[in-house]
Design a protein around this ligand. Structure first.
Ligand SMILES: [Fe+2]
Length: 246
């Protein structure tokens, strides 16, 4: 029994969208996902998919993508990504009812893996625009956008706390925390998300969203403040699910 994670599948079985323009790693990436997940994940394992599942905008435009995910081995837990327009956070209960025993949608709830609670939310990070000097150093940024980002971060931290609190109330003391966005923006060393991970004693924080060589180092990777931070973007892993724990 093992816990795996992989993010940003960006499937488009029904939407007219190709990822090939983003580099060779994305060529026929759905075939790679199928191949590697089937090779690595066993039926008794759990696979957390950390958001940006589908390019479809409405649920009906995502059915084939969700069916593809459903057909992968193991128990599948899905987190919301910024592109997952089909998933209104307030309607998570409906999705969980509809996909009961097939997919679990992690939002304002938690899942159980051994004696761990799997908690999570989309998160948010300020991504600019930044103003650079001639040397490419950041000397400023769009303050209006940054203020808006702070509001979104506040809303997401509330959702994350709700997930932790429900798990704590149910008696869980061990946590793995999932985010779609990286836990910190490139301006930050710590953030409300790293603080929450510390406060509740999460053992690992797993996130994705960062694409391309130049973005993989945007946030924390490896051990930080006694917590293991893992980037699991599909293209970072060449679509091989990462082992979170056995
Ligand atoms: Fe994303």
């Amino acid at each position: 029994m093992a816990l795996y994670a992989l993010g940003d599948l960006h499937l488009s079985f029904q939407a007219d969208k190709t990822m090939d323009i983003f580099g060779r790693v994305w060529r026929h990436h759905e075939r790679k996902i199928e191949k590697y997940v089937n090779k690595i994940v066993k039926p008794e394992d759990t696979l957390v998919l950390t958001g940006d599942h589908s390019w479809g905008r409405k649920l009906e435009e995502c059915r084939e993508d969700l069916a593809f995910i459903q057909n992968l081995p193991g128990r599948k837990i899905l987190l919301r990504g910024n592109h997952d327009m089909f998933w209104d956070a307030k309607k998570t209960k409906h999705l969980n009812e509809e996909y009961r025993d097939r997919l679990f949608f992690l939002q304002n709830n938690f899942a159980v893996y051994k004696d761990y609670a799997l908690v999570g939310t989309k998160g948010f990070t300020f991504e600019g625009p930044f103003y650079l000097n001639r040397r490419g150093e950041i000397i400023g940024w769009d303050e209006e956008k940054e203020a808006h980002a702070r509001k979104l971060v506040a809303r997401e931290t509330e959702r994350l706390r709700d997930s932790f609190d429900q798990a704590e109330k149910a008696g869980f003391r061990k946590f793995i925390m999932f985010l779609h966005y990286p836990p910190t923006s490139i301006l930050e060393e710590t953030s409300p998300f790293t603080e929450i991970a510390k406060e509740y004693g999460a053992e690992a924080v797993v996130y994705s969203h960062c694409h391309g060589e130049s973005r993989f180092g945007d946030s924390i990777r490896g051990d930080f403040q006694g917590i293991r931070y893992m980037l699991v973007s599909g293209d970072y892993l060449n679509f091989r699910p990462a082992l979170v724990m056995k």
